[in-house]
Design a protein around this ligand. Structure first.
Ligand code: UD1
Length: 352
């Protein structure tokens, strides 16, 4: 069985790690990197730290408007698929790389499997929402991470193609957590354990309106503990363009962290403030309170179980939300137990 994985953006490299490991001895695994993320800290460090083999192909597409970026990937992927002729194309999550690979595969009649299928924000302003809905409806095999995702797929008439496999991010997170626990990892910017927050802000809805961004930064600056702001290139770019100083009040700016350092930083923090999907879930799995600057989340379980609070329109509520009392402990595991990657390979190998 030959499986071709297409990845391009930071969270996809993280999800690729346990899949690549589970494929060993069970499938011929070809990795294609679209080049959507290309900075060393956004890409290379993930392959190195998570022990993923160098991609077999790298399209080097880089940044651009949605149409330009997705189109360049589509055309590059078509040629690679012709050459490799995989039994399955496997796509991850909801990025432009995912949509491009999905389109290329279905046009060439190559079976398509979608990992992280069925997530919905129901917010059509998000490019990720279009990407995931279109990919789910194009795919032959829908690998759902949660019961809630399975329900969404059922509602959309896609139950027959759906398999609940769990969340591969749990696999890699638990493994990395255990690894960093066993060694002395320094905290970012010399922070003291338990006495700082970790923050990431990168969604266009939060960064592209200077007034909104200013308000978010003002709230972070007023928090009661230092805030390690891991600056995505888009955030640094917008701040430079508008002449904002990111490092005001409690905020301390850091480059994005490699995965083991990120896990260690979150594990030892007093809380996370983010608009990232993955980080909300990572905070929950590490039982660190999270505040999400978005009107909704795909990871509804984190909110229902009390570990995530959403703040969007009323940004003045952000400080109180972040400084809230510690949530009630929970033993629930809506994201699986860390064995999802093996279930993915079995689903791909199973009868169709
Ligand atoms: C993409 C995904 C998003 C995911 C995120 C993870 C889409 C539509 N969005 O968003 O779902 O949560 O990745 O980080 O696919 N840039 C660099 N260096 C890089 C990469 C990006 O400088 O290595 C800058 C460029 O200015 C670029 C901007 O960041 O224009 C945005 O990058 P892009 O890949 O378009 O989207 P993300 O915001 O990273």
């Amino acid at each position: 069985m030959r499986i071709l994985s297409v990845v391009g953006a930071r969270p996809q490299f993280v999800k690729l790690a346990p899949i690549a490991q589970a494929m060993k001895g069970r499938a011929d695994h070809v990795i294609v990197h679209t080049g959507q993320h290309y900075d060393a800290l956004m890409s290379d460090v993930f392959f190195e730290d998570l022990g993923i083999a160098e991609p077999d192909f790298n399209l080097g597409v880089g940044s651009g408007k949605h149409g330009h970026q997705t189109g360049a990937m589509l055309s590059g992927l078509e040629e690679i698929f012709e050459q490799v002729r995989p039994d399955w194309v496997l796509v991850y999550g909801d990025t432009n790389s995912t949509l491009a690979a999905a389109l290329a595969a279905v046009k060439m009649h190559i079976p398509l499997a979608h990992l992280e299928a069925g997530l919905r924000s129901f917010n059509r302003r998000m490019p990720e929402e279009h990407n995931r809905v279109l990919t789910d409806h194009a795919a032959d095999l829908l690998l759902a991470p949660t019961e809630v995702a399975v329900d969404h797929l059922k509602t959309e008439g896609l139950a027959a193609r759906t398999v609940l496999v769990g969340d591969v991010m749990t696999d890699v997170l638990f493994k990395t957590r255990d690894l960093v626990k066993g060694r002395t990892e320094t905290l970012p910017l010399g922070m003291d354990a338990g006495n700082y927050y970790v923050s990431t802000i990168h969604r266009p809805d939060n960064t592209d309106d200077p007034d909104r961004l200013k308000q978010i930064l003002r709230s972070l600056a007023e928090l009661d503990k230092p805030v390690v702001l891991l600056a995505h290139p888009r955030l640094s770019d917008v701040a430079a363009r508008h002449g904002f100083d990111l490092e005001t009040g409690a905020i301390r700016v850091s480059d994005p962290l490699a995965y083991p350092q990120l896990v260690n930083a979150v594990m030892n923090s007093a809380g996370v403030i983010t608009d990232s999907g993955g980080l909300q879930k990572e905070a929950f799995l590490l039982r660190v309170p999270c505040t999400t600057i978005r009107p909704e989340t795909e990871w509804v379980e984190t909110v229902e179980l009390g570990w995530n609070v959403l703040v969007s329109d009323n940004l003045s509520a952000l400080t109180a939300a972040v400084q809230r009392a510690t949530p009630q402990p929970t033993e629930e595991s809506p994201y699986g137990t860390g064995k999802a990657a093996a279930a993915v390979v079995s689903a791909l190998a199973g009868p169709r």
